[in-house]
Design a protein around this ligand. Sequence first.
Ligand SMILES: [Zn+2]
Length: 86
Amino acid sequence: MDYAEISTDSHNLRLLREKQLQELTEIDIALKKIEDKTYGICEMCDEQIGIKRLKIKPHAKFCIHCRPLYEKSIKKELSVFFPQKK
Ligand SMILES: [Zn+2]
């Protein structure tokens, strides 16, 4: 194993940890929304998120239509912090 592989591993671990922390935050937000009775409503279009989707991802913030748009914008943001190696 060379140095490049080791650093890729710790990089992946960091990403994983950040992803988990982010999910915890999202679960927290979802719990607040249940209190506010806004749970299950898409943050982008204010439409009800389908129950099927909520069963798969209970802390979903966006409906099935807005999610891809959101992920696109996140990927753009991430590429600023983690530029793709060439
Ligand atoms: Zn939506």
